[in-house]
Design a protein. Structure first.
Length: 155
């Protein structure tokens, strides 16, 4: 096997090891040791398989380490988001590219499930993985009755 260079989400970390997920292809890689990374961090770098079995990896190069905040903000969804949501049935999702970097996801849900849906988005590892894949710096979740807007934003 050869070295893998990419962007990785640290999904689990303890004193003895760490688990990474490549955000490009979702490949899960177990590190045989923990070089000081923490769960929830995004690491851009290189991992190499350890001989002879090549089932565990070593993080051999770190180009960047960062965290991407994912939080609910006390702002209403934008007018564009509200217009998109008006044309959607509950349970539907629309993805809109932002001018410049990032994207916006518009999710419609039953009115009484809005807060729970927003909390699920904030806690979902997939939200953080997508943010890392998009190369954004933060994720902002906005809500109004029946609408959850997930904004993947540059700094």
């Amino acid at each position: 096997m050869t070295a893998i260079e990419g962007t990785f989400l640290v999904t689990n970390a303890d004193d003895a090891s760490a688990t990474l997920r490549n955000v490009a292809d979702s490949q899960v890689l177990t590190l045989s040791g923990n070089p000081g990374i923490e769960a929830g961090e995004v690491v851009e770098g290189t991992v190499e398989p350890e001989p002879p079995m090549e089932v565990t990896y070593t993080l051999t190069e770190v180009a960047e380490r960062r965290t991407i905040p994912v939080e609910t903000v006390d702002l209403a969804p934008t007018a564009q988001t509200t217009e998109i949501a008006a044309d959607q049935a509950p349970g539907e999702l629309t993805t809109v590219e932002r001018a410049g970097e990032g994207e916006v996801h518009v999710l419609t849900v039953p009115d009484d499930e809005t807060a729970e849906a927003a909390a699920d988005v904030v806690e979902d590892e997939a939200t953080l993985s997508r943010a890392a894949r998009l190369g954004v710096d933060r994720v902002e979740v906005r809500t109004t009755d029946g609408v959850v807007s997930v904004r993947y934003l540059p700094d």
